[in-house]
Design a protein around this ligand. Structure first.
Ligand code: GLN
Length: 467
């Protein structure tokens, strides 16, 4: 068993070698990580699976060490005065934070092309996007710089990059994990979750980060089950619903083939598979993008050049402080979302757009309530296609938004969802399988994923850059 120091040294060696190409890290925390590792010495704690383990954290989650930039020029020099609840819990469990990872600015995007720092590259092929917005975390794990990362998922930002990079990612139930110290994008949708190479590591991480925190009023006081222990319970005959609406015309033939093969594997393990319907799926993207932009326009009002981050040089007057600081600090996509959200909330349009989106959200949630009467988990591709090339969709925001089609409903309904690798396209790019579950049923999703991974080896495949 490696000591904390050996593990941390190894992580920095790999980051040093691989990150020159992949650029997953927004910053590294070498001094504090090595200090902490030295403090742990060669002790081991068999009750804490993450003891001495290097972890990377998406750079919209506050750490005391280093900066928390959200990959935005407006927070370029922001050093948080407090650590997020998840960071405190990880450190208490003996995990060592070795760096902060790149993302689309304020977690708005699906490729890391919106990062104010630089784009992160897909470890399977650097011409392709790693997905987003937690693209840095997914790429760091895929290229084995570290085995554990945290991301945040507002509309797929853990699952979609996990799928594009061939790793596993879990968005927990809304309220399962405290959002204290996560820089808010859309507060009713945001959730922090783990990214790792297999279901066991996801379970270990969720066990550490889940739990009640009075500092997030939406964090639920619900006992945290022994997720790792649940993995190895007998598979039984879980009822898996295949979401008919998630296999539409836009699904890439190789994605369809890989997901259908996964269904056969699950059947051979004992799963009872049937078709289920989520009839409001065609409204998911419109509903999500109205709600998330409305909430973003409100949440991002705090970046005003007065309290946080960048302030313009030599403003003419008070108004200039606000408008120039924001014009200089935010990137194009963040501005687009603030404007869309401000419009959706403006008087005269509020009922037509925002209020209507809230009603549709209720219908989408009801689809899931009905589907879960017939099944225990809902299966779909994580994304309609494998990763695409840089620039392929970035000129057309609507086309980009549509790639989130299978991801946003879980956030709107507040249910847990995970993505695991289930194959590779002909050009070698990974394909992901999504499982969505009932509220607080993460244990069952992880168990299904674990049994699938006992029978398959897609999660063990490494991109050539790891060699
Ligand atoms: N791609 C989605 C968006 O751009 C998801 C973002 C997220 O989950 N943070 O909003």
């Amino acid at each position: 068993m490696l000591t904390a120091i050996e593990q941390v040294d190894e992580a920095f060696k790999r980051i040093g070698r691989i990150d020159k190409v992949i650029r997953a890290m927004a910053s590294t925390l070498e001094v504090s990580a090595k200090e902490k590792a030295a403090r742990l010495g060669d002790a081991h704690d068999s009750n804490s699976p993450l003891y001495g383990t290097p972890v990377v954290i998406k750079d919209n989650i506050c750490t005391l060490e280093g900066k928390t930039t959200c990959a935005s020029a407006i927070l370029r020099d922001f050093a948080s005065p407090y650590a997020a609840d998840v960071v405190e819990r990880l450190e208490k469990a003996g995990a060592i934070i070795v760096g902060k990872t790149n993302l689309d600015e304020f977690a708005m995007g699906s490729t890391t092309e919106n990062s104010g720092l630089w784009p992160t590259r897909n470890p399977w092929n650097p011409d392709y996007v790693p997905g987003g917005s937690s693209g840095g975390s997914a790429a760091a794990v895929a290229s084995r710089m570290v085995a554990h990362a945290l991301g945040s998922d507002t509309g797929g930002s853990i699952r979609q990059p996990a799928s594009f990079c061939g790793v596993c990612g879990l968005k927990p139930t809304y309220g399962r994990v405290s959002r204290y110290g996560l820089v808010a994008f859309a507060s009713s949708l945001d959730q922090i979750g783990p990214i790792a190479t297999n279901a066991r590591d996801l379970a270990d991480m969720l066990g550490v980060i889940a739990g009640h925190d009075a500092r997030d009023s939406t964090c639920v006081d619900e006992p945290v089950p022994d997720y790792a222990g649940m993995l190895t319970e007998p598979f039984g005959k879980p009822r898996i619903g295949v979401a008919a609406e998630y296999f539409g015309d836009g699904v890439h033939p190789e994605t369809r083939k890989a997901v259908e093969a996964a269904i056969e594997t699950l059947k051979s393990l004992g799963a009872e598979v049937s078709e289920v319907h989520l009839p409001h799926t065609p409204y998911v993207i419109a509903c999500y993008y109205l709600i998330c932009t409305a909430e973003a326009s409100s949440n991002l009002a705090r970046f005003d050049g007065v309290r946080y981050g960048h302030r313009t040089d030599a403003p003419k007057d008070y108004f200039d402080v606000y408008s120039k600081s924001r014009a200089e600090g935010f990137g194009a996509e963040v501005k687009r979302r603030i404007m869309l959200g401000t419009f959706a909330l403006s008087s005269g349009y509020y009922d037509q757009f925002y209020n209507k989106a809230l009603r549709v959200r209720t219908l989408i949630k009801r689809d899931f309530d009905q589907a879960f009467q017939k099944c225990d988990a809902i299966l779909s591709p994580t994304t309609p296609t494998p990763a695409f090339k840089f620039g392929e969709k970035s000129q057309n925001p609507l086309e980009m938004y549509l790639t989130d089609i299978y991801n946003c409903a879980a956030n709107l309904a507040g249910i847990p969802a995970l993505s695991i690798p289930c194959g590779h396209a002909l050009d070698g790019l990974p394909i992901g399988l999504q499982l969505m579950g009932r509220h607080f049923d993460e244990g069952r999703l992880l168990q299904i994923a674990h049994h699938y991974q006992q029978a398959t080896d897609f999660h063990e495949k490494r991109p050539p850059i790891c060699a």
